[in-house]
Design a protein around this ligand. Structure first.
Ligand code: ADP
Ligand code: ASP
Ligand code: MG
Length: 415
């Protein structure tokens, strides 16, 4: 039988009525002749609550127990979804990660799939079950501990199942009716896209657009999964939502196709770092070992001071990793690996980025971007570019203004 993967995010399973609404969509696909693998998130707000409980209990928590606790929200919705489907006379069975088993690395809270053997679920389909409801976001390590995939990880569970089971399509049902030119919560001028290229979606996701977890887009691109984002509310058909697909399936695209933002960024500057060959490795090695996700890096021109050449080194990282970054730098200084005068942090910054594959062949995007920000008096603190994106770090209080200004400057409202 042809197979579909349908994933329902937190708001789509937020209460029993919404679970019924989602189950009705599944029932319809079963009636059309599909076997369905349903991936569910926890009810909205549940994972945040569980994370809060862990942090209150143990600030420097054991990551294995963090995963044991925060994975539990999905177990509840998986069981409830299977029960709801059974009440609709659809033969359904729920699966927690370890029962499949969804095998992952042991990188707790950031685990990656190593294998998803099909045998157990295939056997249930062969018995006549039409739906397997799988708890998203979780797996089991080789040490037989429960793992989680990082926030938003149910998207990745969905794509991985679509790849493993050769699904016709992977439909991600959420609270917006597709992928927009920017977060529709920031500007009502945001426009829904019918299609977006994998590369663009990958950049948008990694630059903060949380509509899809970055890793899910990576997997879809690698395994050629037909990935679609659509609303779980209201009527939908096979043309609804936004298809994430190969570049050559898109007829025409604009130079810039989207604007992304990431609110919780911090900028840290090591002042008067002793400059010598190997200094970057001596700084970023310990940061990486401490689990700090460094994003942008700027090294100033060095000056010759009393004790030799010195420079300022600035990097950005998520706000909640600032304490860890500071400790890593202080430890490295105490161990004599690096020398610096001061470590200055700015935790009130945000990153705003423009993305588009058209940037490969068009000059002038950076100039347009900087002009638009200047017109709004937004000061740029750090700039980073790649082939298809330009990112700037700015004061957080200007973030929404900057997104709106860039959306206007690149005329994204118009198709
Ligand atoms: P779910 O719980 O279904 O996984 P998420 O909250 O993780 O849903 O993701 C959906 C949200 O992503 C939307 O409500 C929207 O605010 C946000 N979002 C950010 N950028 C975009 C974008 N470019 N297009 C659509 N939604 C976006
Ligand atoms: N429930 C998890 C989270 O909130 C996973 C997900 O919803 O994708 O991050
Ligand atoms: Mg999500």
């Amino acid at each position: 039988m042809p197979l579909l993967v349908m994933k329902f995010g937190g708001t789509s399973v937020a209460d029993l009525a919404r679970i019924r609404n989602a189950a009705e969509k599944v029932r319809r696909e079963v009636a059309r002749g599909y076997d369905v693998i349903v991936i569910v998130s926890a009810m909205s707000g549940k994972t945040n609550e569980l994370v809060g409980w862990v942090e209150q209990t143990s600030p420097l928590f054991d990551a294995r127990e963090y995963d044991a606790v925060v994975s539990s929200g999905e177990n509840v919705t998986a069981g409830l979804m299977a029960l709801t489907l059974q009440e609709m006379d659809v033969p359904a069975r729920s699966w927690q990660g370890w029962q499949v088993p969804i095998l992952t690395t042991s990188a707790h809270s950031a685990a990656r799939f190593t294998d998803i053997p099909r045998a157990n679920i295939d056997a249930k389909f062969a018995e006549g079950f039409r739906v397997a409801v799988v708890a998203g976001f979780q797996g089991v390590s080789a040490e037989n501990r429960i793992t989680t995939l990082g926030r938003g990880g149910s998207d990745t569970t969905a794509v991985a199942f679509a790849a493993a089971f050769g699904a016709e399509r992977c439909d991600i049902y959420t609270d917006v009716d597709g992928i927009y030119t920017t977060d529709p919560r920031i500007t009502e001028k945001a426009r829904k896209l019918d299609r977006i290229a994998f590369e663009e979606m990958l950049e948008l996701a990694s630059l903060g657009a949380k509509v899809l977890q970055t890793r899910s887009v990576e997997l879809a691109m690698r395994y050629k999964v037909r990935l679609r984002v659509l609303s779980s509310f209201g009527e939908t058909d096979e043309h609804s939502g936004t298809l994430v697909c190969d570049e050559d399936e898109i007829m025409e695209s604009k130079v810039v196709s989207g604007v992304a933002y990431s609110r919780d960024e911090a900028k840290m500057t090591l002042v008067k770092v002793q400059d010598r060959p190997g200094i970057a490795a001596a700084i970023f090695g310990p940061l990486s070992e401490a689990g700090v996700n460094v994003d942008m890096i700027v090294q100033n021109i060095s000056e010759i001071g009393n004790g030799g050449a010195v420079t300022d080194m600035t990097f950005s990282c998520p706000t909640n990793q600032v304490a860890r970054a500071r400790k890593a730098m202080e430890d490295a200084r105490a161990a004599g690996l690096i020398a610096y005068a001061d470590l200055v942090q700015d935790t009130d910054v945000a990153k705003v980025s423009v993305v588009g594959i058209g940037m490969r062949s068009h000059a002038g995007v950076a100039a347009t971007m900087f002009k638009a920000l200047a017109a709004e008096n937004v000061n740029i603190k750090v700039i980073a570019t790649s082939e298809i994106k330009i990112s700037v770090l700015i004061d957080r209080k200007y973030m929404e203004l900057a997104v709106q200004a860039l959306h206007d400057a690149f005329e994204l409202e118009r198709g």
